[in-house]
Design a protein around this ligand. Structure first.
Ligand code: 5AD
Ligand code: SF4
Length: 439
């Protein structure tokens, strides 16, 4: 009998890639993916726990499935990802209708866990961390949907232990994937029509550092640049402390590398950066940004910023505002600090009121919005190369693509342009995208 599964994914690009593996594994085991929980025999959530809000969302979503389970007791409901890793068996106690919990290192066991749940209506959890070898073998097949751009994982986990961050606790230690495998995967994707690849890892800059025989991330970029048919390369995320001179130079010397870098600075205050255990000072960061701008004058930067870290004073916050002004970020992801279990910062004294934090957050957002608007408006009247990704949601006759600086551009065009780089004159700049004319 055919079986159907419904999968919902929350959080970062890592979870998106993990979900692609889940789809491939379940498809190989006789399951077909459906787009509605109501049609499914198996419901899975791939979850994020980076902030409290994301974690609470998981419980909210699970609640929505309870009526379905009441109607159909044989329905299997499972939770994977970072919340599953963090909570483990506790989740089974908290959510009585939940069947299985699988952690970030246990995706490969999913078919077996589902089978157990189906056969004996058992409930179970698997959240043990795996050794390096097992994990390296866990870069199995992914589903391939035809697309212009794809993520390729180069490393997993994180050794940095920034004091606010749960990632090292739920994703485990860093491992880098052998460069030959990464190169072969990219070659394979290109031969299937992929034009742009984004290399993924919690901290791609430390790629290969722990493996004496492995090439560096900068060398990997050069090797990938040589692949015929690949048009564009991107990577995320970078840790400023590991942004080496040779990696910065790649923005001048690796032709296919896009003119964009996401370089989270988190706080502009040296005192807070130290408390965050970030391993760089404001001046270190600014020196690297200046060098990036020298090597690639057209580069656009984006960043992550945390507001309201324990003990943040008005002066510390001013230093953050000042950094936003000095660097001029094209976009910034701004977050209110959220205490996470097991992290060092959760034990620090936090004496600011929620109101005060919100005020700062709003001030930062306002400054960033002004900055973003001003930066993106400088594209108006320019003719920019746009890699066409698909049909625009705005109208039937419109296509959309992306500039090398990672800006979405909508323009009138036809589907045969998908996967090609076209020249578009930018006419208007809106909140999240440009509008232009193909020339
Ligand atoms: N509170 C708020 N923001 C956080 N981030 C990570 N952990 C926390 C936390 N506990 C943010 C950081 C990181 C981004 C992915 O999420 O800015 O770069
Ligand atoms: Fe978290 Fe820091 Fe690792 Fe990024 S580098 S995943 S913020 S611990």
């Amino acid at each position: 009998m055919d079986k159907y599964f419904f999968l919902e994914t929350f959080g970062c690009q890592m979870n998106i890639v993990d979900s692609e593996q889940i789809v491939a594994l379940l498809s190989a085991n006789g399951y077909t993916q459906v787009d509605s929980a109501k049609k499914a025999d198996l419901i899975l959530l791939n979850t994020c726990s980076v902030r409290d809000k994301a974690e609470r969302k998981v419980y909210g979503h699970l609640g929505r499935f309870k009526p379905l389970k009441d109607k159909r007791p044989d329905l299997i409901i499972g939770v994977g990802g970072c919340v599953a890793q963090q909570e483990g068996e506790k989740m089974l106690a908290k959510v009585p209708f939940l069947n299985l919990v699988f952690g970030t290192h246990n995706i490969h066991r999913l078919p077996e866990l589902v089978k157990q749940a189906e056969q004996n209506c058992q409930r179970g959890s698997a959240t043990d961390f795996q050794d390096r070898e097992t994990r390296l073998n866990l870069f199995p097949e992914r589903t391939f949907q035809e697309s212009v751009n794809r993520f390729v994982t180069v490393m997993q986990g994180c050794d940095n232990f920034c004091s606010y961050c749960i990632v090292p606790h739920v994703r485990g230690r860093e491992i880098s994937r052998p460069s030959d495998e990464v190169i072969a995967e990219v070659q394979g994707l290109v031969s299937q029509g992929v034009s742009e690849v984004t290399l993924l890892g919690q901290n791609v800059n430390s790629y290969g550092v722990k493996d004496v025989e492995e090439i560096s991330f900068a060398q990997l970029l050069h090797r990938l640049n040589d692949i015929d048919g690949l048009q564009r390369l991107r990577f995320a995320t970078s840790h400023p402390k590991d942004m080496t001179a040779d990696l910065i130079d790649c923005f001048g010397s690796v032709g296919k590398l896009c003119n964009h870098i996401h370089l989270p600075f988190q706080s502009g205050s040296d005192r807070i950066l130290k408390l965050m255990n970030r391993g760089y000072t404001r001046d270190d960061y600014l020196a690297k940004v200046n060098r990036l701008k020298e090597v690639c004058p057209d580069i656009r930067l984006t960043t992550d910023i945390i507001v309201g870290f324990p003990g943040e004073t008005e002066d510390d916050f001013q230093a953050t505002l000042d950094m936003v002004e000095q660097v001029g970020y094209a976009d910034a992801y701004t977050f209110l600090y959220s205490p996470r279990v097991e992290t060092a910062a959760a034990k620090m004294v936090d004496d600011q009121s929620a109101w005060q934090k919100q005020q700062r957050f709003d001030r930062l957002l306002q400054l960033q919005q002004q900055t973003s608007t001003a930066i993106w408006q400088t594209d108006i009247d320019q003719v920019l190369p746009v890699l066409v990704e698909g049909k625009s949601r705005r109208s039937e006759s419109q296509m959309f693509g992306r500039t090398t600086t990672n800006r979405i551009v909508n323009f009138t065009g036809t589907s045969d342009l998908i996967g090609k780089i076209v020249s578009v004159k930018i006419n208007e700049s809106h909140r999240n995208s440009h509008i232009g004319d193909r020339i």
